[in-house]
Each structure stands twice: as C-alpha cells, then as structure tokens.
Ligand binder design. Sequence first.
Ligand code: ATR
Length: 282
Amino acid sequence: MILSGKARVAGVIGWPVAHSRSPRLHGYWLDQHGIDGAYIPLAVLPDRLDQALRALSALGLRGANLTVPHKEAALRICDEIDPLARRIGAVNTIVVGPDGTLQGSNTDSFGLIENLRRNSDWRASDGPAVILGAGGAARSACIALIDAGVELIRIVNRTAERALELAGAMAPCCEAVVWDHREDILDGAALVINTTTLGMTGQPPLEIRLDVLPGSATVYDIVYAPLETSLLAAARARGNPVVDGLGMLLYQAQPGFGAWFGVRPEVDEGLRNFVLQDLLAE
Ligand code: ATR
C-alpha cells in the first residue's frame, strides 16, 4: 500500500472493533485495484458516536461502515437515511456527500440475498422459508426474502415475543412460531436460515433435528466462525444444498467500497481465501 496526499480514506466504526474483518477485506480490494486509499479500524465508544460521525466529514473521510453497537444509533445521527435502512432499522454504511452530509444505508439484506443467489439454485418461488432468530440479522433476512418475492416466512425464536413482534412488523407474509416447534416447521420448507448466534465459536450449539426437512431445501447459516457450523454439517450429510455465512460478509461490503473508492469490486475466490486465512488463524 502506497498512500499519497490525495488518498481516499474510509473505515469501520465499532466498539470494540479489533475483531472486525472489514479492514482486511477492503484492504484486499484496495491492493487488487491499486487504489490510492486506506480503510481503517475506528474504535469509537457508544457515547461518542455522534462526535465521531460528524468528524468524518470534518476530516475528509469518504465514509464508514458501522458495526456493533452503533448500527441503530446511527439512524438518528445521519442526515439522510435510505428507505431500506429505515425498514431494517439500522445503518451499516455511511457515505459522506460532497456537501458533507452523512448518507446512511444498509447493505446487510443485499449481502444476505446476493450470497444466497450466487451460491445456490434457490428461487423465491420454491416455497416457504424458515428463519431461526428474531434479532437484527433476522429482520434483515426477512426483508431480503420479502423483497425477493418469498410468500411465506416462518420466524422461530427462543423468546416468543420477539418472533411475534418481528412477524407483526413484516405482515402479512410472516408468521411467528414457538422455539419448541422449530423442528416440525421444517416440513415443506424450501429454505432455512440461521440468524441466531447459536453455533458460533464460543456459543452453545444450535440443537435442531432436520428429519422432516425436504432434501431439496437450502440450508443457510449466517454464522461464519466456524465456517462449517454443525447445522451446515448436518444438512450437508443428508444431501441438502448449503450456504455458509462468509459470503454475506463479503457481499455486504461491495456497495460501500464502490461509493468510497469509485470501483465496484468483485467477490472472488481470492478474496474469500484471504479472509478465510484470517478466520482460520484464530
Ligand atoms: P443480531 O442483532 O445480530 O441478530 P441479537 O438481536 O442479539 O443479534 O439476536 C440474537 C438471536 O440469537 C436472537 O434471536 C436470540 O434469541 P432471543 O431473542 O430469544 O434472545 C438468539 N439466541 C441467542 N442465544 C440463544 C440461545 N441460547 N438459544 C436460542 N436462541 C438464542
């Protein structure tokens, strides 16, 4: 990386931010395209987010990604919020406009559906989808599937109220299911997405038997550490098509990079292996 005085700069804002893969991922694209630019980690305390976001334009940064715990708070700080980010209820990408305005958007649902489309034969018309979880990731997944044309989504969550709330917000094509019925509702499903933290390194496993799931159903886990979760291993063992979560991380980064650095980058095997090396090194 060689930077000139004209280098374009963007970054990722989180607290903590040390775990973020985004600097590595954007760094790969910057090198690949020989761009005079940098993408840096920015550790910002929750109560200083407002100051930090205002400083983006003051410092001449092109923009930033937002990660935990800032995505919801940014919604109240950005000058403009695109309609999709408003529906998702969170901002993960900010572009600083030519006049210094902060333009907030959300690329999580794009990342989720793009990864699914590129890595499986799934079609929205294949049938009902099951979403495990009812947090922010589940909300992005619901919106992505609704916008893709899925007619019925069953949301199953440990805390029933959260599933009901999300299904209500996503009416009429979503219904809430209690956690104890998570196995029964796999009957007839064309797609299952795990958006819970279960199965992630350091978290409890996701306990779910796939006995009644059709053999053609696509099983998608947005967890990417480990890459092959026990859900994906069980699905693969019985012949279901599977999609891991790493691609979602890679695709959600594409629009921001394009806006800040002026090149629409590709998600290719080289990038995937480069980020994977880092995951495997832990
Ligand atoms: P995010 O915004 O990233 O989706 P979140 O809002 O914390 O994160 O959501 C985490 C999801 O994992 C929730 O659906 C959570 O279920 P609850 O709503 O019942 O908390 C789910 N989850 C986390 N730990 C779980 C566990 N031990 N058993 C079942 N679900 C769990």
